[in-house]
Ligand binder design. Structure first.
Ligand SMILES: Cc1ncc(COP(=O)(O)O)c(C=O)c1O
Length: 388
């Protein structure tokens, strides 16, 4: 599918400049129809659970293929948080490896789940952002804290606050050399370009569907590397984490060989309809095509913002940034409102204005945002000297 055809499936783009996929992806007619199909199936068949569970399995397989994994390596979760919790609950912190090393750029959930494990014997250490360049988190920061006591290194791929993209391949090499697992949080990147989890070498990964995967809230995925799955028995569990949920056993726990052992309750069926339609749509465009378009728009926006003299917090190197570019504002909530008044939907975290791109965006969108920022430049921090 060509990009202009892809774009035409998102009605909001006729009325708005939508640069907020880092928060919520735009709604396509495909996802809209899929959600209606779920409602119709409920109206007409009452309780077609077999069909609904089958839909979840189709989603599992489709997502697995999209990241280069096997379906048996994927758990379908209600959120990324649920996936992280399921893994954390399976770990034993009583041995010599009880440390979890988290970087300064993690999404709160990733820190909070591990901090909660401190009651179970874990200790959380921090890899700190550079003191001279607070929006960069070099591998050296991890090098300084990962050691033979480290069990887990959770790491966000792209930071939700400043758009910084971490060197995950480097982090995997460093962590594996020292015997620690790497747990990738890919939520701020999945859907915005290709990924091959096996080539990347991460041990675990979570992501969810409501951002660049262009679906609804309430559904996400946990990937667990094949060789690791059977080492873990989560204590956060439930009937959908069994070999056959419909065996209805209350006398013992069994563990499927696949990553579905990390699941717990009834799957989020309506959201699975939405997510499958969105993944099918993305497949029709192709992740390589999506990634190239996103990179092109990000480069255009970042360099125009620099040229306009704004303080761009996201790294300038193309391999150190993803689909999100953050520009420092003097009052970002007010700036978001001003942009909304100009028909532009963006978001902020603190005083960072978040503008993010998907393959449905165009160069005209970039130029519209830059034009609006120039018009509202009283609300923007100016760059001093050379950045990035
Ligand atoms: C990087 C990242 N990780 C995790 C989450 C939270 O995911 P969930 O609400 O599905 O637990 C978000 C949501 O914004 C995120 O941006």
């Amino acid at each position: 599918m060509k990009l202009h055809e892809f774009r035409s499936r998102f009605p909001i783009l006729e009325r708005r400049v939508y640069v907020n996929s880092c928060s919520q992806g735009a709604l396509s007619t495909d996802v809209d129809e899929a959600m209606r199909a779920y409602m119709t199936s409920w109206h007409e068949s009452g309780s077609p659970w077999e069909m609904w569970v089958e839909q979840v399995e189709r989603l599992r397989a489709r997502f697995a293929a999209s990241i280069g994994a096997g379906a048996g390596e994927i758990a379908v979760m209600p959120s990324a948080s649920a996936g992280i919790n399921a893994v954390a609950s399976a770990l034993d912190f009583s041995g010599p490896r009880s440390q979890v090393v988290i970087g300064d750029f993690e999404f709160p959930t990733m820190a909070q789940v591990w901090l909660a494990q401190e009651r179970r014997g874990a200790s959380v250490r921090r890899a700190r952002a550079s003191s001279t360049s607070p929006d960069t988190l070099p591998l050296d920061a991890y090098d300084a804290v990962i050691d033979e006591r480290t069990l887990m290194v959770p790491a966000t791929h792209v930071c939700f606050r400043n758009g910084h993209k971490s060197d995950i391949a480097g982090l995997v090499r460093l962590s594996h050399d020292r015997g620690a697992y790497v747990f990738l949080d890919d939520y701020q990147r999945t859907g915005s370009g290709p990924i091959d989890v096996h080539a990347l070498g991460v041990d675990f990964m979570v992501t969810g569907c409501l951002k660049y995967l262009l679906a609804a809230a309430g559904i996400g995925f946990l990937y667990v590397r094949r060789e690791l799955i059977e080492r873990f028995e989560p204590t956060v569990t439930g009937w959908f984490g069994r070999i056959n949920p419909f065996a209805f056993r209350i006398d013992e726990l069994d563990w499927p060989a696949g990553a579905n052992r990390f699941e717990s309750g009834t799957p989020p069926v309506p959201n699975a309809y939405a997510a499958l339609a969105a993944l099918e749509l993305l497949d029709r465009v192709g992740y390589d095509v999506v990634g190239t378009q996103v990179e092109r728009l990000v480069a255009r926006y970042a360099s125009a913002a620099c040229e306009a003299g704004f303080l761009v917090r996201t790294p300038g190197a193309s391999d150190r940034r993803g689909p999100l570019v953050v520009v420092q504002s003097l009052d970002a909530p007010a700036l978001v409102q001003k942009l909304a008044g100009r028909g532009i939907i963006a978001s902020c975290r603190g005083n960072g204005l978040r503008v993010s791109f998907h393959a449905y965006n165009t160069e005209a969108d970039v130029d519209a945002v830059i034009g609006a920022l120039v018009a509202e430049s009283a609300l923007l921090e100016r760059a001093v000297g050379i950045k990035n």
